[in-house]
Ligand binder design. Sequence first.
Ligand SMILES: Cc1cc2nc3c(=O)[nH]c(=O)nc-3n(C[C@H](O)[C@H](O)[C@H](O)COP(=O)(O)O)c2cc1C
Length: 196
Amino acid sequence: MELMEAIRTRRSIHEYKEEKVDHEVLSRIFGEAAWAPNHRMKEPWHIRLYQDKGKEAYAQAVMKSYQRQGFFDGYDLNKTQRLQDGIQDFLLNIPHHALIYMERDEDIRKYEEDYAAVCAYIQNVQLLAWEAGVGVLWTTSPYLHDNQFYQDIGLDSQRFKLVSVLQMGYPKRIPKPKIRTPIQKKLSLYDGKEKS
Ligand SMILES: Cc1cc2nc3c(=O)[nH]c(=O)nc-3n(C[C@H](O)[C@H](O)[C@H](O)COP(=O)(O)O)c2cc1C
């Protein structure tokens, strides 16, 4: 697949087939994505892949975080249970959840460089996955800022920053493209010439 085609046709995927992606395929995607630019060659990305039975503990931690954040407040027990079952099923039906995190650098400039590099890495993952027929949804849900969530999944929130959870699997449905703004509206040129 040409780069331009991959960039243009890639879509955020919200619905997945049940079938898992072979570990070799995922491993190649996460491996090749590491050619992302990164300052000082820190390669700041870390990936934790939840799948199969491993998804249960992850989904449980997400649910507890939603509870703490008042997501279910005001609903009666029945409704709360239905909402929770719905979220649980939704998460368990996604074949892979890839937690992407990085070490927190105390120096804000380095922290920002690392964060930017991890985002470049994630986009590489998205494009490589797309080329392999694998769909991804880049998510940044509130639990990524919940210290107790870090604790529940066994990650030190002082040391690490969660950047995203990538939902992954073969697409069941590919959404229509959301058309982008013509770049002329955002691109300004300063070339030292007088405007006529
Ligand atoms: C940093 C970041 C966070 C995102 N978080 C979410 C999210 O939490 N939930 C979601 O449905 N989509 C999320 N997205 C995906 C965007 O909604 C999506 O890229 C946008 O709607 C354009 O659609 P496309 O990727 O199919 O072109 C996120 C994208 C980025 C770059």
